[in-house]
Design a protein around this ligand. Sequence first.
Ligand code: SF4
Length: 250
Amino acid sequence: MPAAKPLTDHASSKQWTVVDDRMKAEIARRKPKPADVGRAREIAATLRREFPDAKCALNFKTPFQLLIATILSAQCTDERVNQVTPGLFRKYKTPKAFAAAPEGELEEDIRTTGFFNAKAKSLRACCQTLVDDFAGVVPNRIEDLITLRGAARKTANVVRMHGFQYPGLSVDTHFTRIMHRLKLTKEFDPEKIEFDIGALLPPDDWTSFATTVIAHGRKTCHARNPKCDACPIQKLCPNAFKAQGNPRRV
Ligand code: SF4
C-alpha cells in the first residue's frame, strides 16, 4: 500500500484557477480530518491504477453533444443514450436546430430515453438559452452552465470534466452509495457530497476520481452484493464485508 500523500494545499493544484467560486468557498469552510484526507487520496490513487483508462461512458464529439447526451442520460442508461444520439446529432446539428425542433418530433426522436416530454422541453429551452445568451456556444463556467434548463451542477460538472478537461466531481446515485460505504461523507445532498469530496482531494484528482469511482461501482461495489472480497480498496473501506450480502446495511 503506498504511503498517503501529505495534505496538499488545494490552491497549489494546477487546475485551481478554473475551480468555481462556490466550490472554493465550500472547501474553505470544511476542515476534513487528516486521516480521511490520507485515506481518500490512497483510494483515489488505487482506483487510478485499477482503472487507468476510465472515461466518460457517453459518446460525443463536442461539448454541445455532451451537454445534450448528459441531459438525456437522466433516469436512463448511458448505453441507451448512445443508441439515440448518433441519429439525433445527424438530424439536429446546432443549438438553433434543437430550439426550433417541431413539437412532437423531438419527443419522438428521444422517446426511448424515457421522460421524453420533459427532456424535449429541457432540450429546447436549454438550446434557446445557448442561442440567446451564449451566441450558440456551450459555456465552460459552472455559473453559466447551471443557467441552462436541465443542467444542474452534476450536468455542468460532466460537461466541464469531459468536454473541457476541467476538474470536476459529478455526483450520481452510484458515486453517493460508494462515498457512504467508504464513509467519506455523511451527506445525501449531491452538492454537499461534491463539496465534501472536493475538500479531501486536490482539484487535479477530481475528474479521475469521479470517473474511476463509477467504474469501481460497475465492476465491484455493486448496489446489491458488492464483491468486497475482490475489492482493491477493501483495506481502506470501513464497510468491507459488512456490505456484502446485506444491501440494506449501507
Ligand atoms: S470493500 Fe466492499 S463496500 Fe467497500 S468499496 Fe470495496 S466493494 Fe465497496
